[in-house]
Design a protein around this ligand. Structure first.
Ligand code: V55
Ligand code: FE
Length: 488
């Protein structure tokens, strides 16, 4: 096995994990709230073999692993497993990397020509009794929530036409329907976007195809009670570039962003395109909602260029992270109104926005996200896709109340939190987040911290010690014990 490059993508907190494991009876400091009963699933990409080709976007390509932290009657256990995709199994059998650059099959070894390149390394989703591991460049894979064993590729029993399935579905907080999309849905670099939804039980109801203004990285989308909103930002792909062995993504600073809006149960022929600002990018939206005056509002973590430095560099955009102008921004449109989005700054720099699951599709007045403490002078801990972990968990209030925050010690970084609702009226529930602490270049500590979601400044109410190494997480999801009992 060849050695991993000694770059930040493969060293420190990002150094590869070499085991799968199950651990019982974890040590807990403090008291786990009785309402925290269920499983916290996390997508934790892990590079199994050293790459054989230079790739600026290598950080997006590691094999999908799923990590579970299970809370059962005050006892906590943890597990981590690979998703056994054909790609992972082929490389494991060969004992070396066979797949080349991020989303470029023209750079693969000849023996895997035509293979499913899925890594499903981005988001665990639980819907209709199924745990799905997802990534936007492929279909999802179903995983057994109890054993974490891979069930297989998921396409609604052969009914899905799209070749891709987003890592950001939206599950309506009232109806339980899952809305989803897939871009490059008819093959590499196609403008085709699939839009569909499944009923509460997980049955596909409808799937349609539409064309995006250009073939772009459409990472997330939103729904309101009556509309589906598809943001398109100018990080673009191109088939000729891929065939020449080039990079999947080049950011076009001079191109407009767009917001496609259609009735969520309607026909794609009803889509209206609203023009947005030039050159901006957002990975993640908080959510979207309709107000009493017929406006549609969508809140997002946005910046003035591609948000990953490696995509900016590959695009010839030499902009330091400080110059990107990260912020929370609200986009507002009216179905019958002007053909441009109105923008309003609505919060600080940061990412990984979370709203209560019950508010998905409906108005929310507060949310949580990760950010950097602006008072801190030391550089962030190196880790994760962007090589910089957020040090602060933040509650932001859209009604004008001041934010609340909790900052880790200087060697710590947060992964995306999950929200656990409370049954107590007026209680904002609980937030669970894994914190990674760097001790030295080759040692680290990890813990799952539990906060009262309405009182972050009080610090964690409980801390679960994770005694073995973790991998930096992309996204996570919380599945209550009640929902786990519906698993198929
Ligand atoms: C992101 C992550 C991805 C990806 C595209 O966090 C975007 C953003 C881990 O994979 O493929
Ligand atoms: Fe994401």
């Amino acid at each position: 096995m060849s050695a991993f490059p000694q770059t930040p993508h493969f060293t420190g907190l990002n150094r590869p994990l070499t085991e799968e494991y199950d651990l019982d009876d974890l040590v807990v400091e403090g008291t786990i709230p009785a309402e925290v009963e269920g499983t916290f699933f996390r997508a934790v990409p892990n590079p199994t073999f050293a790459p054989f080709i230079e790739d600026p976007a290598i950080a997006l390509s590691p094999d999908g692993m799923v990590a579970a932290i299970r809370f059962r009657s005050g006892k906590v256990s943890a597990a981590i497993r690979y998703v056994d995709t054909p790609r992972h199994l082929a490389e494991k059998a060969a004992g070396r990397a066979l797949f080349g650059k991020y989303r470029n099959p023209y750079t693969d070894q000849p023996e895997v020509a035509g293979y499913d390149r899925a890594t499903v390394n981005t988001t665990p989703v639980f819907h209709g009794g199924r745990l799905l591991m997802t990534k936007e460049d492929s279909l999802a894979y179903q995983v057994d929530p109890e054993t974490l064993a891979t069930v297989g590729r998921f396409d609604f029993g052969g009914r899905l036409k799209s070749q891709t399935f987003t890592a950001h579905t939206r599950i309506d907080g009232k109806t339980g329907e899952m809305f989803f999309f897939g871009y490059e849905a008819q093959g590499l670099a196609t403008r085709a976007v699939s839009y569909g939804y499944a009923d509460k039980a997980g049955n596909l109801v409808r799937e349609q195809m539409f064309e995006a203004p250009y073939a772009a990285m459409m990472h997330d989308f939103t729904v309101t009670e009556n509309y589906a909103l598809f943001p398109v930002y100018p990080t673009k792909t191109d088939l000729a570039r891929l065939k020449a062995g080039g990079d999947h993504w080049i950011h076009d600073q001079e191109e407009h962003s767009w917001l496609g809006v259609m009735p969520r149960y309607g026909d794609v022929s009803e889509m209206k395109w609203f023009k947005g600002p030039k050159g901006v990018y957002s990975f993640h939206m908080f959510g979207a909602f309709e107000d009493a005056d017929g406006n549609l509002h969508m809140d997002q973590c946005i910046g003035n260029s591609a948000l990953f430095y490696f995509i900016r560099e590959a695009s010839g955009i030499f902009m330091h992270d400080r110059e990107v102008g990260h912020r929370v921004e609200r986009w507002t449109v009216r179905w019958e109104g002007a053909a441009e989005v109105q923008t309003t700054v609505a919060g600080p720099p940061g990412d990984f926005p979370v709203i209560p699951a019950a508010q998905q599709g409906y108005a929310y007045d507060h949310a949580w996200m990760l950010t950097f403490n602006p008072q801190r002078a030391v550089p962030p801990v190196v880790g994760g896709v962007g090589n910089a972990l957020f040090d602060t968990l933040l509650r932001i209030d859209f009604t004008g109340k001041p934010p609340q925050a909790f900052t880790l010690p200087p060697n710590g970084g947060f992964n995306e939190p999950v929200h656990v609702p409370s049954r107590e009226p007026g209680h904002e529930g609980w937030l669970l987040a894994v914190a990674d602490f760097e001790l030295s270049p080759d040692s680290s500590e990890h813990a799952c911290l539990i906060f009262n979601a309405g009182d972050l400044a009080a610090g964690p109410v409980a801390k679960v010690i994770l005694p073995r190494r973790q991998r930096p997480q992309i996204h996570g999801c919380w599945v209550s014990a009640e929902k786990l009992a519906t698993a198929k």
